[in-house]
Design a binder for this molecule. Structure first.
Ligand SMILES: C[S@@+](CC[C@H](N)C(=O)[O-])C[C@H]1O[C@@H](n2cnc3c(N)ncnc32)[C@H](O)[C@@H]1O
Length: 211
């Protein structure tokens, strides 16, 4: 993944963001050292951004699609009140094993429930509404994930979709994943059910609320 903004500016933004807690820094280091695709980790800027969104919106119930090694789940959990909770899901046992190990070490870990399995099946099993949904699993299914979670959003709830600028490839999609993300972006901008904003944070994040 290449960043949307100039690399020097991205570094500057990271240096002017509150540094990660030691546990998150350790998780990021282990992910980089041991995982095949460590760039999937949201990282310091997006982690803090998610934390602030959860804190500022007063969310109590969070759903995350795509746990990976747990960086974003732990970032959001830090902003939840003691009775808040996150359901996070992933299909890959190797990712879930690392994430759960870090959840078990975190003071916020008891707020997080990790579900193993295909996202759409897990969403269907979960009950109730969500105040904040972070969509960050496999890109070809993004539209299906959006449609599955939109009716489950609480009245003032927010959805954040990650990687919606896809290293800039949405401008002239060279492959199927890029084309599907670009098509979803077009749909979101015109979708009368919601208000959406496309942000150029990291690899592109789209924030959505229901009308
Ligand atoms: C970009 S990573 C998530 C990054 C994570 N949010 C973080 O902050 O580190 C995407 C994750 O989605 C998972 N995934 C892929 N397809 C999936 C599916 N059909 N259902 C659930 N998870 C899936 C992958 O195993 C991977 O861990």
């Amino acid at each position: 993944m290449s960043f949307i903004v100039d690399e020097e500016l991205e570094d500057y933004a990271e240096r002017h963001t509150t540094p990660p807690d030691p546990l998150l820094a350790e998780l990021a280091a282990e992910t980089k050292a041991t995982m095949a695709a460590p760039q999937m980790l949201t990282g310091p800027i997006e982690g803090r951004f998610l934390e602030l969104l959860v804190a500022g919106s007063g969310a109590k119930r969070v759903l995350e699609l795509g746990t990976f090694t747990g960086y974003s789940a732990l970032s959001m959990a830090a902003a939840l009140p003691p009775d808040g909770r996150i359901d996070t899901l992933d299909i890959e046992p190797k990712h879930a094993e690392v994430a759960q190990r870090y959840f078990d070490r975190s003071p916020d870990g008891s707020k997080i429930t990790l579900h193993l399995g295909p996202a759409l099946e897990t969403i269907a099993k979960l009950e109730g509404e969500f105040d904040f949904v972070f969509i960050d699993a496999d890109k070809p299914n993004y539209d299906a994930y959006y449609e599955a979670v939109l009716p489950r959003l609480s009245e003032r709830g927010l959805i954040a979709i990650d990687n919606t600028l896809w290293s800039g490839k949405v401008l002239d999609p060279p492959d199927e994943s890029s084309r599907l993300i670009a098509a979803l972006n077009d749909k979101l901008a015109a979708d009368e059910r919601v208000v959406a904003v496309q942000l150029t944070v990291r690899d592109g994040i789209t924030l959505i609320r229901r009308r």
